[in-house]
Design a protein around this ligand. Sequence first.
Ligand code: T68
Length: 838
Amino acid sequence: SVEASIPEPQREAWKKFSAQEFSSKEEFEKEVVRHIETTLARSLFNCDEAAAYAGTALAFRDRLVIEWNKTQQNQTFADPKRVYYLSLEFLMGRALDNAMLNVGMKDIAQEGVSELGFRMEDIISQERDAALGNGGLGRLAACFLDSLATLNYPAWGYALRYRYGIFKQEIIDGYQVEIPDYWLDFNPWEFPRHDVTVDIQFYGNVRKYMDDSGKQWSVWENGEIVNAVAYDAPIPGYGTKTTNNLRLWSSKASHGEFDFTKFNSGEYEASVADQQRAETISAVLYPNDSLERGKELRLKQQYFWCAASLSDIVRRFKKSKKPWSEFPNQVAIQLNDTHPTLAIPELQRILIDGEGLDWEEAWSIVQKTFGYTNHTVLPEALEKWSVPLIQHLLPRHLQIIYEINARFLQWVEKKFPKDRDMLASVSIIEETQPKMVRMAYLAVIGSHKVNGVAELHSDLIKTTIFKDFVKIYGPDKFTNVTNGITPRRWLHQANPRLSELIANKLGGYDFLTDLTLLHKLENFLDDKDFRKEFQEIKYANKVRLAKYIKEAQGISVNPASLFDIQVKRMHEYKRQQLNVFGVIHRYLQLKDMSPEERKKVQPRVSIFGGKAAPGYWMAKTVIHLINQVSAVVNADKDIGDLLKVVFLEDYNVSKAEIIVPASDISEHISTAGTEASGTSNMKFVLNGGLVIGTCDGANIEITREVGEDNIFLFGNLAEDVEDLRHAHFYGGFELDSQLQRVFDEIRNGRFGDAGQFSALVNSIVEHGDYYLVSDDFQSYVETQNKIDEAYKNQEEWLTKTITCVARMGFFSSDRCIEEYAQEIWNTEPLPPPKENGA
Ligand code: T68
């Protein structure tokens, strides 16, 4: 064994002095003070909240590291099949609160910091979000890491260590302004591994030669080399000692790149510029969440990350000395969308050019190793890269992609002889000018399973974008794994009082690791005390949000109002414009009413939040309109508390933790068939809010679970969308009179600079209303009216919300991970070994 290779006395010495975890309040405080005094060189006299955060974080970090080392050691010895989750985005948010709760020591820490003169809440809020993602896709990856660790799966995440995460959003004069998010000033959660580096090649050429045995080889040479340096972050599971690894790659100039000729000839600045160019690769997260722009630097990021990660994975596999045929039994790689698709030709390249396997043998390993998750059917979001760009940047990979395509098309030709249309439609190469590589097709062909993220979405990919691939491979290659969320962050951490109430009723916190146990809450539907407390908690969460709105936005809102929330990335398909048109309609109606009539109205607060991609003008226009409407409505003395409109600046994970527990209604109102799943819908319902939504994404499965009476569905169905779009163009266009009035008021300048909003209004009245706002407006408004009515009966509303919470068990990301493990990865958990005396 590895242990035996170290002499006994040394082993004893290490054992004796090895780091110990704090296990009491006193030990915790001692660690905090030690870190503040020695690691940070501060003292009692200059310890501000930032330093108190740092000390607390470092104390917990030590605990995580101890378990992390043990987990990794255990996994190295047992060498089980590992899961590698390749995602360009992990939207982690804050780590400290999560670490304290997962380790189960928050109470002790809370008492400890208070003895040292601080409030835990203030300390927690010192931490900056790790915002390495855009939206749902990145947050899903973060929830999956939490579940993988909690369920003891040996699993690694791989991504890039962006110096700038998603931009910070400021609203200035009603417009979005983007501020760079330089987040690495102090990040105690990462560990640079300067000893773990990989050389990554770009550009260059391919040379063919024959060796003595007559075998043909291809060598990719004369390229530029950039260094990938690993940074690791521990991912603690909840209620287990398993602590997995998230490895982020940072780009650095390789030493070979430093140009001594330039240096010696006095061009020192030019040689430093070369170094900086290498470092740009991992500098910034691209802020487009649903539009592909084909930028060379983005492709460089993708390859840099895929090549570094695969080199790492292959190195780890080779240590086991197993034959290559065992690779798919040791390694499962999940591609989070098409962003890591280059990993497919990269593994093929390693196996044939590096390890000398034949094409077929290598290709069969590749296909067994990869799984691909699709997150969108929107055509403008599907990745394509131009052939000349790939040729220039990755010449060997382009050859391999062509070979993959040629062999695939030959095989298709045999199955569908003479079907030219079929061949053209499934070819990885799109025959445009320039030719394009369709990354989703490459991902489908190179993987053994392809999954969508909710039932409707998984059905849609089989009938639209991958229709022909279903004919070719049969339906079994395509599967569904409906998304989920981690109840640790999205219930226990975001809503501690509700979590505690549930624990009191169910006799403990087991529901946090088996969310289906929530169903037992239905037994307490008639329990007066429970109902009362449930309601009080919702109210307290609304008070907390109201306080935040006042601080951040300067707007006073009454927590007794109905809180109607839509927070998510700004996009036409998500239809924040439908929401704000509805708000304008409500405002106009209120203005028409007599004071007597107004008394009967249910007061409401409409809360919006979300970032627009910096170049997405229409989305930015919607933000502007919301802010203009907010200014007009909130200042209107006739209206008062009957309607308030809030745009919350800079929506992110830590703000979501305040916002999500405070909804009465949340909006998930995408054009049917466009939102692959949605995950915030699950978060809001789990926290005792109801949903207004279309029959789209996971809304459909939420309805199946909670029952049609407990959700407010409206609007056209996915199957009718195509006909409606067709009708807009060919059948004339008639606007509903209420929506017409909303547009009239926007155009006559009631909400300021009318000209600014003409493109938005015209996209509906003149340019075909692609997202069917006009078709769904009436049923949206009617449904909002039903919500007002329903809310008046607070007892019934409460029954609905409790019932919904009780029926959310299905939406735990633990369930997702079990499904991936069984249906796609074929992996087993590796529980931590039992410790002596522990
Ligand atoms: C989201 N996708 C889906 N993409 O829109 C959402 N895209 O329905 C789903 O619930 C979620 O994924 C999880 O499956 C995204 O968030 C991106 O953020 C993105 C980023 C870069 C490029 C393309």
